[in-house]
Design a protein around this ligand. Structure first.
Ligand code: ZN
Ligand code: ZN
Length: 118
């Protein structure tokens, strides 16, 4: 059985939005500011191949989502307006990135710790 906390039911990312929302199988609504999604892009081009995932500051078209494609039933591929499309975000990773008030209770908006690969 699939763990409902990493089951992606619905993605809401209206064109021009700065935040994407994901409804998860356990009823949780994930909140993903694009600055966070792009900044923590897990692809090798952004992160190299080793270690944890660090936050990379991005601006302008880099933060505009052009498309979201499900990959298998375990990840989303995000395409950005600057043409970057190699980021593959596993549902487990996305779940850990959630920036809702419940998941990031300290609201430490300016803290961007390194994150484990998932
Ligand atoms: Zn990347
Ligand atoms: Zn959350």
């Amino acid at each position: 059985m699939v763990d409902p906390t990493i089951k992606c039911l619905k993605v809401r990312s209206p064109r021009g939005a700065t935040v994407t929302e994901i409804d998860w199988g356990d009823g949780h609504t994930g909140i993903y500011p694009h600055e966070v999604l792009r900044g923590y892009c897990p692809c090798a081009g952004c992160q190299g191949h080793s270690g944890s995932i660090r936050f990379i500051e991005c601006h302008g078209a880099q933060l505009e989502l052009d498309g979201i494609e499900p990959v298998g039933n375990y990840a989303l591929a995000l395409k950005w307006f600057d043409g970057h499309s190699t980021g593959l975000y596993s549902y487990r990773y996305l779940r850990s990135l959630c920036h809702c008030g419940q998941c990031q209770p300290n609201g430490a908006k300016n803290e961007r710790p390194e994150r484990p690969r998932m």
